[in-house]
Design a binder for this molecule. Structure first.
Ligand code: CS2
Ligand code: MN
Length: 363
């Protein structure tokens, strides 16, 4: 694995590349062209400028999160082929610039959903949280305004104000689109981009739906083991892979995370590691990465990744807001740096232990 950190670009991120470079073991960033809209073609010039900035700071671009998929593609609208062509062109340009990992998601309308961006924990840190009750009481159009006060002046990916102004129209696009139809639309998209991925060796890594069930009546399809297996089989190509995000699959307590990782051997191209603390199956908050701070056994998760021979980029995911930092919720420097150090520690211990065991067996 390669330890990385997500970076939103110098225009938008409170965290600098210089800071990222000082986190032990981090040599790569996961980034995006934050000023492009879904459906736009990324030019080679823009990609090159982004790379040059990262490289000037002594780091490299380990992958893109995300190249967002235009709503017409997800909804299977009449004009989807235009946007698929744009996506293919963007992939081609990324490939030409030697970038080989693209994370994306296929969630209708909203990216991840949280009902609080700054829930206070007993230690005084604040975290993103979710309660089903709060979602059930909200009209979707009000989702954005209900959390906007806690954004610390930042713009959250997938929650751009211009996008939120169109929420009603976006919902209308999905009338009559059930899970089966959405799955067909995903298949249609994948089949058309795979030739470009093959040509440029680009690994596509779908991010799970978060939470891993339907919200506001919208269909969700990347939620658990069977559904991902189906998606991987229907487009049986190693470039059609997944982002294994423990915090997103983990929202659904029915998901056995280490077991899922093992079942995805060879198809996990990118890993997001974070921990959640559950108060009930429908009320959880994001915890520190440390196992004992949340509900997951992080050792077992990292061990499963090690055992399947995972070799792609990995990153700590959403962190808590601590030590007075003001940053994009989930994306401050401090707690993610602690997360990276912790995951690095787990990995080193697991690796050395496995090697010692192997040497013992050979003797
Ligand atoms: C989230 C998402 O879990 C996460 O990492 O912050 O915004 C995620 O990056 C996207 O859904 C990926 O397309
Ligand atoms: Mn994630």
């Amino acid at each position: 694995m390669e330890m990385t950190l997500r970076w939103y670009g110098s225009q938008h991120d409170t965290v600098t590349l210089e800071q990222i470079r000082q986190i032990p073991g981090v040599k790569g960033v996961i980034t995006t062209l934050y000023d492009t809209m879904p459906g736009e073609v990324w030019s080679r010039q823009q990609i090159r400028a982004m790379k040059a900035e990262v490289e000037a700071a002594g780091l490299h671009v380990a992958g893109i999160e995300s190249v967002n998929v235009h709503e017409s593609i997800k909804a299977g609208a009449a004009d989807r082929d235009i946007y698929i062509d744009h996506y293919r062109q963007t992939l081609e340009n990324l490939g030409e610039e030697d970038i080989h990992l693209v994370c994306y998601n296929f969630m209708p309308v909203f990216d991840w959903t949280r009902t609080e961006l700054a829930r206070r924990r007993p230690d005084g840190s604040t975290v993103l949280a979710y309660t089903q009750k709060a979602v059930d009481e909200l009209i979707p159009e009000n989702m954005f305004t209900s959390i906007a006060g806690d954004l610390n002046g930042s713009i959250m990916p997938g929650w751009e104000p211009e996008r939120m102004e169109q929420v009603k129209e976006l919902f209308a696009m999905y009338k009559g689109i059930n899970e089966e139809k959405l799955f067909e639309n995903l298949t249609y998209f994948l089949e058309r981009i795979m030739p470009v991925c093959d040509r440029y060796d680009i690994n596509m890594a779908i991010h799970p739906d978060d939470p891993a069930w339907s919200v506001f009546g919208l269909p969700r399809i990347i939620t658990g083991k069977e559904k991902i297996q189906r998606m991987l089989k229907v487009v049986e190509n190693p470039h059609n892979g997944v982002t294994f995000c423990s915090g997103s699959y983990g929202t659904n307590l029915k998901n056995d995370l280490p077991d899922m990782i093992r079942s995805l051997k060879g198809r996990i191209h990118f890993a997001h590691v974070r921990n959640l603390k559950f108060h009930s199956a429908e009320d959880f908050e994001e915890a520190a990465h440390l196992s004992s701070d949340g509900s997951f056994d992080m050792y077992e998760i990292v061990k499963a990744l090690y055992e399947i021979g995972f070799s792609g980029p990995i990153r700590p995911d959403h962190g808590r807001m601590i030590w007075g930092e003001k940053a994009m919720p989930g994306y401050g420097l401090y707690d993610r740096a602690l997360g990276a150090a912790y995951i690095n520690g787990l990995w080193e211990a697991i690796e050395k232990n496995a090697k010692a065991q192997k040497a013992g067996e050979e003797r």
